[in-house]
Design a binder for this molecule. Structure first.
Ligand code: 3EB
Length: 350
């Protein structure tokens, strides 16, 4: 039998969640990520479970992602989160209730939004953990919280999140433009702030998109703090080259384009992903990536757009495109679709 790769993902389907124990998967399991509320912690034995509250589109079955490393992994717990790791990488998650953060008064006597505090606290806890355990390089981070486009404390909640995130980068002595992770930030149907991430001992390459202004250089019209993420990350993990493409949307320069037109937004998003892939290929040493070598996750603001977007993806990428569709709010009110992708990570449906 072929040895397992340093990083892999299994898609678990149906109601046999413990089948994977037979493949020696349990020992090297990093975490399970569930995109609805169908999975009980008990079913997963001791494997950390991340629950993201987004409805699945176009399928009755919840896609359950089981992330695995190679060899035996160790586990630990930190503030509101759990992690698992081996000698190359660490996979962790944090789930925080905003209600645990009251709106305290800042020096300027304005109250600090609970979401900003929760985000700040989560990112600081994560960075402290990574520094302590020696996995200083964040490769990819996924961010989910409810009501992302709602304004409170005179600021849209996505912008509150950006303030808290940036504050934590600064507080932990991290650069806001270099060695920053690929990311996404989506609005869920409700519940806590949920963050999960992969960090490495070795430094990945951060990749930008020449069609877009780097998010960390967005002008102030998009909020008091810039979003701290890169367009993609490319890493070598014990000989395996992996590519994580961040949440990508219909943005040219820094402006949203094709307002109200989900098909045109999808086409533009795929053109942006193609541009990121082209940049990745300039620095990749093992693989040559193309739109058809990626696995996709598609977030749609309006569930009724599912069929047209799926058809467009099949037309542009190929009829055998591997994609999961989720209902989520995109971080700008005027965007209807966001697409993220990974490559170089074998996945199998168990
Ligand atoms: C954009 O390009 C669209 O705040 O972490 C994409 C990926 C987006 C990540 C984040 C936001 C984030 O600005 C939104």
């Amino acid at each position: 039998m072929k040895p397992p790769p340093p990083l892999s993902v299994y898609h678990l389907r149906g109601a046999q969640p413990l089948e994977y124990s037979s493949r020696g998967v349990r020992e090297r399991a990093l975490a399970c990520v569930a995109f609805d509320n169908s999975v009980a912690q008990a079913e997963l034995a001791a494997i950390p479970l991340v629950q993201v509250n987004t409805a699945v589109l176009g399928s009755d079955e919840a896609p359950l992602e089981l992330w695995c490393a190679e060899g035996k992994v160790s586990s630990g717990e930190f503030e509101s989160g759990q992690y698992r790791y081996n000698n190359e990488l660490l996979f962790g998650h944090v789930t925080l209730a905003e209600s645990d953060f009251i709106a305290v008064k800042s020096e300027s006597a304005e109250s600090i939004p609970p979401l900003q505090q929760a985000t700040n606290s989560a990112f600081r806890a994560i960075f402290n953990l990574l520094d302590q355990l020696g996995y200083p390089h964040m490769l990819r981070i996924w961010n989910y919280f409810p009501a992302i486009n709602v304004e409170s404390y005179e600021l849209e909640r996505y912008r509150q999140f950006n303030v808290g995130r940036q504050q934590a980068f600064v507080a932990c002595g991290r650069s806001l433009t270099e060695d920053i992770p690929a990311a996404c930030a989506l609005g869920t149907a409700g519940g806590a702030l949920v963050i999960y991430f992969i960090a490495l001992r070795g430094k990945p390459l951060a990749i930008e998109n020449p069609r877009q202004v780097s998010a960390y250089h967005y002008p102030a019209d998009y909020g008091p703090s810039e979003p701290t993420f890169s367009r993609a990350s490319l890493a070598q993990i014990n000989g395996q080259e992996v590519l994580f493409i961040s949440g990508t949307a219909s943005i040219i320069g820094y402006r949203s384009v094709h307002i109200g037109d989900v098909l045109a937004q999808t086409k533009e998003t795929l053109a942006n992903i193609k541009a990121v892939v082209k940049e990745a290929n300039k620095v990749a040493t093992k693989n040559e990536y193309g739109l058809n070598s990626l696995s996709y996750k598609v977030y749609l603001r309006r569930p009724q757009d599912f069929e047209v977007v799926r058809n467009m993806l099949q037309e542009v990428v190929g009829s055998d495109v591997q994609a999961t569709y989720l209902e989520a709010d995109i971080c700008r009110q005027d965007l209807l679709v966001e697409i993220e992708a990974i490559a170089g990570i074998p996945f199998e449906t168990l």
